[in-house]
Design a protein around this ligand. Structure first.
Ligand code: AHR
Length: 319
């Protein structure tokens, strides 16, 4: 009896060695993700998209929240390098100052993917690809909408601008794209422009200051995101004015909060910027690990929603 058992084991050994490892025994890909923070409704949706897509894709996600501070993002990236993760992805809070840490990742042979925001660097070998929106085009869309809206109005059209985080790609590019369009007609004047750091609280605070300084001279508010616009709406109402009527409001993102404001007649238009980047990121991470080549730039497809279509579109909104 004993002898038979030994013979079976000996015969089985070479066969099992020839079989591929069962799926459950394969090591999952480890992705280190350094998020900007939780500054807006958009960012919350973006974080949720990344976390749920990683789970669906069977990717082991290590996630950190930098609370809008570059030094925290750099620390997180360094810790992912030390942990020898398979891929690092991050949404850079500002455009500059990344070369040193990205060279460290490159030397450690860890591929880097940029999501949502770009960096400004002479060395484009520091990252594999950049997945995200065309922020300049978003600014242009906002500008084109305003030019069309103000057709026939001799002006002046006095605009106040709530910029996003200083030095961030969306703040730089949304400003640039908007100005590129409105400069075609000198009746458009940006009379005040200041950062509201992409948050509701700061958007409200800065709008209060704009109203104090310029009062009824303000015709238009251009906010680089919906959250700042929503904060500013509160400030306008508290000043006894009607947002969306006394002051035309243009913002960017297309989050549910903006749709609610549009349906209430308080926000005129929101340019879409999709935060749902998780599925694309996971598929790129898998391609990189499989040695496939990926495009250097993956642009998100987006639309624009004026208040007139808000009620019809609202049920389709996913964030
Ligand atoms: O980088 C995308 C921008 O960051 C979104 O427009 C804004 O809401 C977020 O905080």
């Amino acid at each position: 009896m004993k002898r038979r058992t030994v013979l079976v084991a000996m015969a089985a050994a070479p066969l099992s060695a020839m079989l591929p490892l069962p799926a459950f025994a394969q090591k999952p890909i480890v992705l280190g993700f350094a998020q900007v923070g939780a500054e807006s409704e958009w960012r919350t949706a973006n974080t949720e998209s990344i976390k749920s897509s990683a789970k669906d894709a069977g990717i082991d996600l290590k996630f950190s929240d930098a609370q809008q501070k570059q030094e925290n993002q750099i620390k997180a990236i360094r810790s992912y390098i030390a942990q020898k993760v398979d891929v690092i992805a991050f949404s850079p809070v500002v455009e500059t100052g990344w070369d040193t840490v990205l060279v460290e990742a490159k030397n450690a042979k860890i591929p880097v993917v940029l999501t949502d925001r770009a960096i400004s660097s002479k060395d484009d070998t520091l990252y594999v690809t950049f997945i995200g929106s065309d922020f300049t085009e978003e600014g242009r869309k906002a500008g084109r909408w305003l030019v069309e809206k103000e057709k026939g109005n001799p002006g002046p059209v006095n605009i106040v601008e709530l910029q996003g985080t200083v030095g961030s790609a969306p703040a730089i590019d949304r400003k640039k794209g908007f100005e590129e369009i409105i400069k075609s007609d000198p009746k458009f004047k940006i009379i005040r422009s200041q950062t509201g750091d992409f948050t509701r609280a700061k958007g409200k605070e800065v709008m209060e200051a704009f109203l104090k300084a310029e009062g009824k001279k303000i015709n238009v508010l251009y906010a680089h995101n919906d959250d700042m616009a929503i904060g500013a709406i509160q400030a306008i109402e508290e000043a006894g004015m009607k947002p969306g009527k006394d002051i035309i409001i243009i913002s960017v993102d297309g989050v549910k909060g903006a749709f609610e404001a549009m349906m209430a007649g308080k926000l005129n238009v929101s340019v879409e910027c999709s935060p749902l980047l998780g599925p694309q990121l996971m598929s790129v991470v898998k391609d990189i690990k499989a040695g496939k080549s990926v495009p250097k730039r993956i642009v998100t497809q987006e639309s624009i929603f004026p208040m007139e279509v808000a009620a019809k579109e609202f049920p389709n909104r996913k964030y």
